[in-house]
Design a protein around this ligand. Structure first.
Ligand code: 0X9
Ligand code: ZN
Length: 302
């Protein structure tokens, strides 16, 4: 058994217990592995769902890069549960993709928000001088690292780290994606809040050559979300609709050649912000799944 529900936010132990339970219960399609350890020594667990067909494209989905954005791991685990419990009856668009889920990229920060500081954002590795803790993992990825919207001050909430991939968590994600045999066609990273579907580039006001197709996919996802749940999402480039911020995981994934790279800022638009009540978990996750299904159809068409 497991303790997972989507009526509460869960501690890391419950989330990992749930992943392990699924691997045990559905061994033909699900496996779980640790892709590395966090600074404090917690596993970084990735769950893979696949029907094993060698022709499959692959999609990587992560959550919990930022510790306080609790709706993100809750949404990613909801996706996992829906696919796991229903895989044989899913559409071919879902079944013909190798899904990789890392629900909590930053488990140390996530636990810290449960035990000490609900609004903590970064990981928990102390700076060299030890005067402050934590690097913003979404400023630590190695694409145009060190640019706008990132800080060299270890006490800043947007501290970029001492060098690109200085943090075990961002390093593990990048090594896994680079070395996986999987043919990743999409990278989705779930954050909160604001209700945005963002595509590269984030480092500065520029867009990749295929921005038109990213915009089309993002808008199709937003339409599906609105039709299912009613939340309105704004679609655009990160730098254009939000702000420039270099070192994000989305830019790095795009730089690796992953076609559909999106940061999705989940609900809400600011009434509750990071402290989203638990009654939002199911509706937010459910409408997000409608967006994910649209993404899957584009992945299979590409
Ligand atoms: O600033 C961020 O890291 C993200 N917003 S959040 O409120 N969740 O912190 C947006 C990241 C967008 N992508 C890039 N700037 N690369
Ligand atoms: Zn975030």
């Amino acid at each position: 058994g497991h303790r997972m529900t989507w009526k509460q936010y869960h501690r890391i132990e419950d989330i990992y217990g749930f992943l392990d339970y699924l691997a045990k219960t559905y061994p033909a399609i699900i496996s779980v592995r640790s892709i590395g350890k966090s600074y404090e020594g917690r596993d970084l667990k990735v769950l893979r769902i696949s029907n094993g067909q060698p022709s499959n494209r692959a999609v990587f989905i992560d959550g919990g890069i930022h510790a306080r954005e609790w709706i993100s791991p809750a949404t990613v685990t909801y996706f996992i549960n829906r696919f796991a419990e229903n895989f044989q009856d899913e559409d071919d668009d879902i079944k013909n993709i190798d899904w990789y889920f890392l629900p909590v990229v930053n488990p140390d920060g996530y636990e810290y928000t449960h035990t000490a500081d609900r609004l903590w954002r970064k990981n928990r590795k102390p700076a060299i001088a030890r005067q402050c803790y934590g690097t913003d993992l979404n400023r630590n990825f190695g694409y145009r690292w060190g640019g706008k919207g990132s800080s060299s001050n270890p006490c800043s909430d947007i501290f970029r780290g001492s060098r690109m991939f200085s943090e075990p968590e961002s390093k593990a994600v990048s090594e896994f994606i680079k070395n996986a045999a999987a043919n990743f066609t999409a990278y989705l990273t779930y954050h909160s809040y604001g209700q945005y579907i963002l595509y590269p580039w984030g480092y500065d006001n520029a867009v990749p050559p295929d921005h038109k197709s990213l915009d089309d996919v993002g808008k199709a996802m937003a339409t599906a979300i609105q039709q299912t749940g009613g939340s309105q999402y704004t679609v655009g480039s990160s730098s254009g609709v939000l702000y420039p911020a270099a070192g994000g995981s989305d830019d790095w994934a795009k730089g690796q050649g992953i076609k559909y790279s999106f940061t999705i800022e989940l609900s809400d638009t600011g009434r509750y912000g990071f402290i989203l009540p638990t009654s939002f978990i199911e509706p937010v996750a459910k409408e997000s799944l409608a967006g994910l299904r649209v993404l899957a159809s584009y992945v299979n068409k590409y």
